[in-house]
Design a protein around this ligand. Structure first.
Ligand SMILES: *Cc1c(COP(=O)(O)O)cnc(C)c1O
Length: 361
């Protein structure tokens, strides 16, 4: 049986810790999802989510995990080949989803921890024509941060839609949906938004939706044209995960009260603290290069003989949860998810616990 942790100790890079008040909101009674009370709830969520995404556009709300809106992006993208920028497990998943949806996929792959350089993407976009480019903003498996603004500009210049996974970006790292004129950007509830898993949110531009309308392979459940049409009526196409929407109602009010810029700054401060902690530890390093590091998650490389799974296990013995490395990086790294509602003070506790367990050299 899993031991219950005290609040402020769950530093997994997803799902992230959810505050008790937010969990409690899920016990509210059901309501009809075709009715005024629901429409009011949905409209309230829109106000908060629009601040989070920095947009005036409707937010598409899906009762799925984030991968649902990843697949929706591919299904609704214009016909033609897709260029996938791959630098870790989640960007690889995006490419895999595109192949599974019958797309021809060309991949630019870089070593784990790195990001695809804009020059490399541009060379490929110049060489042949693509319908869309898939990009992961914050690659949660490595902690690497891609410049989505630059990638969006490049994609547009070469006539491709830019499909952006900002699952561990949105609500923790600056994303300016309108300011950067993003074609399509999505996130999931269980990362920097600090909600339980099960919801996903996206914004699609007018241009993206206009061409989606003429795409024949959108399917039904993940048809973004439907999502947007219903969102404009403050509804969802199907029965939404109401209890999760109640939780989002409470959490978005807290996020708005904090202010999105203050939230970004808090994430930056936590990331800086983790980077400083790593620098104090001989043999420890940060997988992602300086200048391309996410403020939400850090993958920390370990000295010879120290395994990521051991670090995670010893943190657990101290009453804290951190992530092991992901996939191929399982034992070469461990990950701290410094995102969501965590504080600098709570993070100090986590780092101190890691030190007590022999992290200090
Ligand atoms: C967690 C995560 C996903 C997958 O989200 P699910 O909610 O498990 O579908 C996709 N991309 C990134 C970058 C993630 O961190």
């Amino acid at each position: 049986m899993t031991r219950l942790l005290d609040e402020g100790r769950f530093f997994l890079p997803g799902p992230t810790e959810v505050r008790a008040e937010v969990l409690a909101a899920m016990t509210r009674p059901m309501m009809p999802h075709r009715g005024k009370a629901f429409e009011e709830l949905f409209a309230r969520l829109q106000v908060g989510l629009q601040q989070v995404f920095r947009t005036t556009r409707p937010i598409l709300v899906s009762s799925s995990s984030a991968t649902g809106l990843m697949e929706a992006a591919v299904r609704c993208a214009p016909a033609g080949p897709i260029l996938a920028l791959v630098n870790g497990a989640f960007s690889e998943r995006f490419a895999h989803v595109a192949r599974a949806c019958g797309r021809t996929v060309e991949v630019i792959e870089v070593p784990l921890g790195e990001v695809v350089a804009p020059e490399a993407a541009e060379a490929r976009l110049r060489a042949s024509s693509f319908a869309a480019v898939t990009v992961v903003h914050s690659e949660t498996s490595t902690g690497a941060l891609t410049d989505i603004r630059a990638m969006q500009l490049l994609a547009r210049r070469h006539g491709a839609m830019c499909l952006i996974d900002s699952v561990t970006g949105v609500a923790g790292i600056p994303v300016e949906t309108d300011g950067w004129e993003l074609d399509y950007v999505f996130t999931g509830s269980q990362k920097a938004l600090a909600l339980p898993p099960g919801l996903a949110f996206a914004v699609a531009s007018d241009a993206f939706l206009a061409q989606a309308r003429s795409t024949g392979s959108r399917g039904l459940y993940f048809d973004l044209v439907e999502f947007e049409a219903f969102a404009r009526k403050s509804q969802t196409p199907n029965t939404p995960a109401l209890s999760l929407l109640y939780a989002a109602d409470v959490q978005l009010a807290a996020i708005v009260a904090e202010g999105i810029e203050a939230r970004w700054a808090r994430h930056r401060a936590m990331a800086d603290r983790v980077r400083g902690w790593v620098a104090e530890h001989e043999g420890y390093g940060i997988l992602a290069p300086a200048g391309a590091r996410a403020d939400t998650v850090t993958a920390i490389t370990l000295p010879e003989g120290v395994r990521g799974s051991d670090v995670a296990a010893s943190a657990e013995a101290e009453g804290y949860v951190v992530g092991t490395g992901y996939g191929k990086l399982r034992d070469r790294t461990f990950r701290i998810g410094h995102m969501g509602d965590h504080t600098l003070q709570g993070l100090e506790g986590c780092l101190a616990a890691l030190d007590r367990r022999g992290g200090k050299r």
